[in-house]
Write a protein that binds this ligand. Structure first.
Ligand SMILES: NC(=O)C1=CN([C@@H]2O[C@H](COP(=O)(O)OP(=O)(O)OC[C@H]3O[C@@H](n4cnc5c(N)ncnc54)[C@H](O)[C@@H]3O)[C@@H](O)[C@H]2O)C=CC1
Ligand SMILES: CC(=O)C(=O)O
Length: 320
């Protein structure tokens, strides 16, 4: 497949904390964009990060990096938002909704005031809620407002399955769907290793009640808690996940990734953003893929949507 590329390949990152700078560093290493602009409430931090990254240029891929302002969004292909509070030990992602929704109101309005015509990618938590809030405030079409969703959870799932079965994670097809958070679900019915269904590969009849598989999923779901307890925040995994998403969009790849997408009838759900496999290209979300879920998986997905709907009310209230 030859990739059609967009001309400018400009990304603006809003929020130059752990996640924003890990993403920026990975972009520099992988040569995905031509122009990178960093924005943060703390302007000195954005300026310092831009200078530091620029000093790696002779060892990386040529590109322009600078600290900027919201006016820089007007011709950006992507605006990636990683600004806002992160979880403290013991906090859930949903605990952040009120505070981060208020922060988003200011950020998204400022981006839109620049006459932005590109695609939003949201990583700030709770990501599904903030993605829906971004769409609400921006009024952009659903295809152009995308959350990182369960891209990281899916990567964690594939990594842990790969370790368990001693198979390269890149040869494992598996999805985590639903909330990027405590109500997410593993889609056991569609896990494949090199094209072979997991139940057949591992000789396990009932993956849902298999102790080792249950523990493996719990380690996926609770990974952020385990890391935050140890080092205070997570950022390398999501930084690389965001680069993967950026590549899929800027290279017009039509790649399948589990992102937070707006469902409009798929899976019997409507009017909610949540983690689903979707095809991504230069227009954003080309298509939400509809897997044939088991009854149990469908029930879990609906339960996750219910949790998100309740939290969305809190988020929408905060931006009134
Ligand atoms: N979607 C995912 O898979 C993941 C999401 N996250 C989330 O990403 C977010 C950021 O986390 P970290 O980078 O660790 O936090 P951090 O505290 O290191 O960085 C946040 C940055 O946002 C900036 N900021 C705050 N308000 C702002 C505003 N109004 N305008 C511009 N900048 C503003 C702060 O100055 C700070 O530099 C959190 O919500 C965290 O939970 C973290 C890891 C994975
Ligand atoms: C913090 C977070 O959302 C994660 O690491 O999954």
């Amino acid at each position: 497949m030859t990739y059609q590329t967009t001309k400018l390949r400009k990304v603006v990152i809003i929020g130059t904390g752990f996640v924003g700078t890990s993403y920026a560093y990975a972009l520099l290493n992988q040569g995905v964009v031509n122009e990178l602009v960093l924005i943060d409430l703390n302007e000195n931090k954005a300026e310092g990060e831009a200078r530091d990254l620029n000093h790696g240029m002779p060892f990386g891929n040529p590109m322009k990096i600078k600290a900027g302002s919201y006016q820089d969004c007007h011709n950006a292909d992507l605006v990636v938002i990683t600004a806002g509070a992160n979880q403290k030990p013991g906090e859930t992602r949903l605990d952040l909704v009120d505070k981060n929704a208020r922060i988003f109101k200011g950020i998204v309005n400022s981006v839109m005031d620049s006459n932005f015509k590109g695609i939003f990618v949201i990583a700030t938590n709770p990501v599904d809620i903030l993605t829906q809030i971004t769409r609400e405030i921006s009024g952009l079409p659903k295809e152009r407002v995308i959350g990182s969703g369960t891209i990281l959870d899916t990567a964690r799932f594939r990594y842990l399955l790969g370790e368990h079965f001693q198979v390269d994670a890149r040869n494992i097809h598996a999805y985590i769907m639903g909330e990027h958070g405590d109500s997410e679900l593993p889609v056991w019915s569609h896990v494949q290793i090199g094209g072979v269904p997991l139940s057949q590969y591992a000789g396990i009849d009932d993956l849902y009640h298999h102790q080792e598989m249950t523990e493996l999923f719990q380690n996926v779901r609770d990974a952020a808690y385990h890391i935050i307890e140890r080092k205070g925040a997570t950022y390398y995994g999501i930084g690389l996940g965001l680069v993967r998403l950026t590549r899929a969009i800027l290279n017009n790849e039509n790649a399948v990734l589990t992102v937070s997408a707006y469902v409009d009838g798929q899976y019997g759900l409507e009017d909610i953003y949540l983690g689903v496999p979707a095809i991504l290209n230069e227009n954003g979300i080309r298509e939400v893929m509809e897997l044939r879920l088991s009854d149990k998986e469908a029930e879990q997905l609906h339960q996750s949507a219910k949790v998100l709907r309740e939290m969305l009310k809190v988020g929408l209230n905060a931006i009134k």
